[in-house]
Design a protein around this ligand. Sequence first.
Ligand code: NAD
Ligand code: UDX
Length: 456
Amino acid sequence: MTKICCIGAGYVGGPTMAMIAKKCPQVQVTVVDINEARIAAWQTDDLPIYEPGLLDVVKEARGRNLFFSTDVDQGIKDADIVFVSVNTPTKTFGEGAGCASDLQYWELCARRIKEVSTSDKIIVEKSTLPVRTAEAMERVLHAGDNPVHFEVLSNPEFLAEGTAIEDLECPDRVLIGGHQTESGQKALQALVDIYATWIPRERILTTNVWSSELSKLTANAFLAQRVSSINAISALCESTEADVADVAHAIGTDSRIGSKFLKASIGFGGSCFKKDILNLVYLCETYGLTEPANYWRSVVTMNEYQEARFVTTMLHSMFNTIANKRIAVLGFAFKADTGDTRESPAIKVCRKLASEHASIVVSDPKAMDNAKLEMPELADDIEFQEDVYKACDGAHAVAVLTDWKQYKDLDFQRIYDSMQKPAFIFDGRNMLDHDALYKMGFEVYSIGKGRKTHLK
Ligand code: NAD
Ligand code: UDX
């Protein structure tokens, strides 16, 4: 029986390993983490992350061939294949602060693997890492006298939160990078065989390690660049009476452009896009590639502009003062169907609203606990209200920041009736029926579309 250990029981390690365990009953999968609370939660039905369909997958395999443990050393020791899926946040200190990837957690894992291993192992980079990290890892793993052989593969994860289970069950592709040596190709084949249990072979792409590492950063950079591109156009639409949804549709029907990832918004959030682009920027700078670095940095700059512009629009449309005005923020997660609030645009929006002395009330169906932790400095000033109608009661404005489907079905007449007049609504996701809201009496503002106002 092949034994897999995955170090890191987070948004990637947990769902990815649960899917492998579900699809490959002949493989024993143990997910280990130093975070005791997280491991304990994975052993209950109250999982540490919210992801549609995840609990069913976990329940099918847990206790059969899927295990969660805090015994990192034992997990590594027993395994033939060790996935490393720890966090790789942006460095906050020293050289490259605010841009480079903080590799301390990855390196700690490599040292631990070297320390406790008594048999040969395949080490799989599941975390998103700078290109050529595998080289550094190999040096750590093979430093000094060590009879054990480690073969490092790159196998970046492309799942998106909120659709992780679909993405894992039926991915566009799985990417595996291995060295062009005999042992490298043997290791690569072992991992291909695992995925091939449920993924058509033609969707399993194999490359060298460096191409695989760089492809992950590039994929996220391209996706984020599309969002920034349409958001740049949304600003122009607001000045010219063009409608960004029409423009997105018109360009998206060109098969060379494609229709996905062209939804104008308050900006992209999530733990990956900004971090991975900045990592790419840092890599370009490290290799002396100033223009490519500046090109990719502009994607993040555009995103920051879009987040800031949203609050500026709120302020200007509400007569240049929002001090002491009650503003109901609907949605705090960085996108729908997740409780994750990492790098959510809602954080920046709330901070800017707070700097204008607005009275903020936040509501979200799944992200309330995380939202409370995101802004400790504002914890006493922000009201958290699960009930959307109570959040909107007496509000001067409603701002929709997350594309939760249920927001479409709210009783907006009831909300309008309970609000101060004029009642403003700012749709940061372009998901509501703006004509209907306008007819009810709302002052309607959205992204990249003309405002609908009753005010003279
Ligand atoms: P996460 O923070 O949710 O999980 C990482 C886990 O690793 C944490 O639980 C932490 O306690 C654990 N950990 C850290 N150091 C450890 C150590 N030395 N020993 C044992 N456990 C340790 O992070 P995540 O969102 O799962 O992301 C993991 C990696 O996957 C990152 O590199 C990220 O860029 C990448 N990624 C994330 C996503 C996503 O949607 N979140 C998608 C694709 C790729
Ligand atoms: C992303 C990548 O999609 C995934 O492949 C990678 O593995 C991890 O990073 P994720 O961050 O979970 O996934 O969500 P994603 O669906 O990519 O959305 C990212 C952000 O962009 C969200 O804030 C979303 O609301 C925003 N977005 C997305 C838009 O504003 N407009 C769009 O058209 C698409």
